[in-house]
Design a protein around this ligand. Structure first.
Ligand SMILES: [Zn+2]
Length: 295
């Protein structure tokens, strides 16, 4: 072999050797890198798993916390409801204790008012609405709590060109007694009993009941049921809490189209709607309306 060929061979071998060395070094670096990557991936996956566990735990704690918050809120609401309920009941009892149950009692030949019963406070019915029998006659009176309702009724009637007047409001036990004996004297006891309640049976003693008339009809009540005033009362009196006590064909007294009793707007409206009358209802049903008497 000639020298140059040997040199070329040696150089080639050296180059190949170097390439082999280079390759194996790079390969080792690659394996190392892969190993390193694999181990950091493992660590990372581990960390991720831990984080996920923590997150799930936190989520669960959050749910638990929310649940107890809701439960606590429910308990609070419940408690508040109970308090409101008690407050309502106290309110109802308080309101009822201030409302005279006599005001919605049915007075008949069985149930009657004590002779000492006097309404707690009476108001005089204003001049244009109080019927004057003569110059000496005193203004009629009505239970103070009922007056605003009656006043509204009279004002509305006037606005509708109906001139209503009160000829009889509150009547004491004594006044009823002398009125009745007067009627008995004039008409005889049998007839008087048909249209005038005995003392103690009269709704007038309550102070919640009025006899209406008009200037034209006057004190005799003759033909009152044919007046536009009576028609207006029939259509509208319930809006102000008044109801006709003795309608046509009732079992208590003769038809008294002028005699209206205050029973509260709610009950009067129910009676109007159901085409019923106060004395048609039983006392238990009526008593349910006592709480709303002045609403
Ligand atoms: Zn009357």
């Amino acid at each position: 072999m000639k020298a140059p060929a040997l040199i070329i061979l040696l150089v080639s071998l050296t180059l190949i050797g170097y390439q082999i060395y280079r390759y194996s070094t790079l390969n080792q670096e690659l394996i190392d890198a892969q190993n390193e990557f694999a181990s950091s991936t493992l660590v990372f996956a581990d960390k991720l798993k831990n984080l996920q566990t923590d997150l799930t735990k936190a989520n669960q704690e959050n749910i638990d916390l929310n649940d107890s918050l809701t439960a606590e809120r429910d308990r609070n609401d419940n408690f508040e409801d109970q308090i409101n309920n008690i407050t309502d009941k106290v309110g109802v009892l308080d309101k009822l204790s201030k409302t005279d149950p006599q005001l919605l009692l049915k007075y008949s030949k069985i149930f009657f008012l004590n002779e000492h019963y006097v309404p707690p406070k009476l108001t005089e019915i204003e001049a244009p609405y109080s019927y004057q029998l003569n110059d000496q006659s005193k203004p009629e009176q009505i239970l103070t709590d009922v007056w605003p309702y009656l006043k509204d009724l009279l004002t509305e009637a006037t606005r509708a060109n109906i001139n209503l007047q009160i000829i009889s409001g509150y009547r004491s036990f004594g006044e009823q007694t002398s009125l009745k004996s007067g009627y008995k004297f004039i008409y005889g006891a049998g007839t008087a009993n048909q249209f005038s309640a005995d003392q103690g049976y009269s709704e007038h003693q309550l102070g919640t009941t009025v006899d209406f008339t008009t200037i034209g009809v006057g004190a005799s009540f003759k033909g009152f049921e044919l007046t536009p005033a009576y028609q207006w009362l029939t259509d509208n009196a319930h809006k102000y809490g008044f109801t006709l006590s003795y309608p046509k064909g009732n079992n208590y007294y003769l038809f008294e189209p002028w005699h209206w009793r205050f029973v509260g707007v709610k009950l009067a409206t129910k009676l109007q709607r159901d085409n019923q009358h106060f004395y048609d209802l039983n006392q238990r049903t009526i008593n349910q309306y006592l709480i709303d008497l002045f609403d």
